[in-house]
Design a protein around this ligand. Sequence first.
Ligand code: ATP
Length: 238
Amino acid sequence: GLADVPLQITGLTKRYAKSADRYAVRDLSFRVEKGQVLGLLGPNGAGKTTTLRMLMGLITPDDGEIRVFGHAIKPGAPVLSRVGAFVEGAGFLPHLSGRENLELYWRATGRPAEDSHIEEALEIAGLGDALARAVRTYSQGMRQRLAIAQAMLGLPDLLILDEPTNGLDPPQIREMRDVMIRYAAGGRTVIVSSHLLAEVEQSCTDLVVMDRGRLVQAGPVAEITGAGDTLLVTTAEE
Ligand code: ATP
């Protein structure tokens, strides 16, 4: 049943100004199955962030329906503990260690300590010995992975990552790819946005390609990269 489907969206639509003829997201429908790593791909302004924020319950769609493990997502409704989210700009206390920051964060969520899986999340994030060091000594890539680790702390069944490779260099992008693959290996589901096919094609099982608010292609990554190279390259460089 729908309770086993990490995500199903139907007819999702959002305009930021009611008078605008431009839709940020228009009539978007797709479904994500358990164990998939879904890449949400598209050039700047395609509507990726708007879509992910609606999934997280941060903004209200004008129309359409979002179901996460069968639950209808509505702003203001309690956040499902089965969902973890990464958005850019997570702040950490610079003089505390990575581990201390995560422990503080977990306490602030009010969820029981035994629900956290700090060790496993840290292992997946691959931060190693750096965890004992103050966050002020971290590179951008390490901060980003600490933020991902934070989103993974309860080992949510669905992990949503909005442009986790933004601002990273190629080695850091490869590390991020490995983090996503390790995370999904546990039968968990990941949704990750990017504006570059090259950044996600090796970590994703499936793609949804958006342009100007609409879905333009969707399917297993092998099918899309074969047929859609030209489209992706031209739209990404516009
Ligand atoms: P990027 O890769 O640049 O983040 P994106 O694919 O995530 O792009 P969105 O940020 O969702 O795209 O933007 C979709 C459209 O909605 C764009 O035209 C954008 O200008 C517009 N938009 C986004 N946020 C707002 C806002 N808060 N108010 C008004 N318009 C917005």
